[in-house]
Design a protein. Structure first.
Length: 210
């Protein structure tokens, strides 16, 4: 597999301890040469960094989009969030079922419910690619997600990327958890996830830690 960049958008306020283990897990399973953080920067980080403002809750997905555009190289790269943990290499683009299924049981007037409605309004009831896992992208492909006006509350950034770039995806149940899961290639940490669960899995610092 070719070496690659990773681009991670961050809020400008920490803590960033989950990011430490996200980077350890990703660099364990993917040949990452360069890491670009956009937004915040931990004091233990020694990779590349681009300053970027935070937009606020009503423009959360738009903020992610613009931070990724700011950091995206011209070549292919891996987009990830600071709470993504890899347990195997990324082999596909994943989806968690149609957008409508994600709406079931959610408040339709909440921020995420409105985001889902906006996404359906633009693309129809397509697969929801906004799983809690990293995703391969290209700089040119990311820019296509900004060629139209985004509504308040935004639309799903990764779903927009898949639709604007005619990208197929594979279904898998999403996984955001506070405990180590079994039989997964990836998962995402909740805010209450204790990173001490990952010490034995990823004891060695990544190349991006001081």
């Amino acid at each position: 597999m070719k070496s690659t960049f990773i681009v991670i958008p961050l809020l400008n306020s920490g803590p960033y301890e989950q990011l430490r283990y996200a980077l350890r897990s990703i660099t364990t399973h993917m040949p990452i040469d360069r890491c670009i953080l956009v937004g915040g920067k931990p004091n233990w980080y020694n990779g590349e960094h681009i300053q970027h403002e935070d937009y606020g809750l009503l423009r959360k997905e738009e903020n992610i989009r613009d931070k990724v555009i700011a950091g995206a190289p011209d070549c292919s790269f891996l987009f990830a969030n600071d709470d993504h943990i890899l347990l195997a290499p990324i082999t596909s683009t994943w989806n968690k079922g149609p957008l409508s299924s994600t709406l079931v049981g959610r408040n339709p007037n909440g921020t995420y419910g409105r985001l889902l409605h906006n996404t359906i309004q633009r693309y129809g009831d397509v697969p929801n690619v906004d799983c809690h896992c990293p995703m391969m992208m290209t700089g040119k492909g990311v820019k296509r997600t900004a060629l139209f006006d985004w509504p308040q509350f935004g639309i799903g950034f990764k779903t927009a990327y898949a639709q604007e770039n005619w990208l197929e995806s594979v279904y898998i149940p999403d996984c955001k958890t506070d405990k180590l899961p079994e039989g997964r290639q990836w998962f995402s940490m909740t805010d209450t996830f204790d990173v001490r669960q990952l010490v034995d899995l990823f004891p060695n610092p990544s190349k991006f830690e001081i």
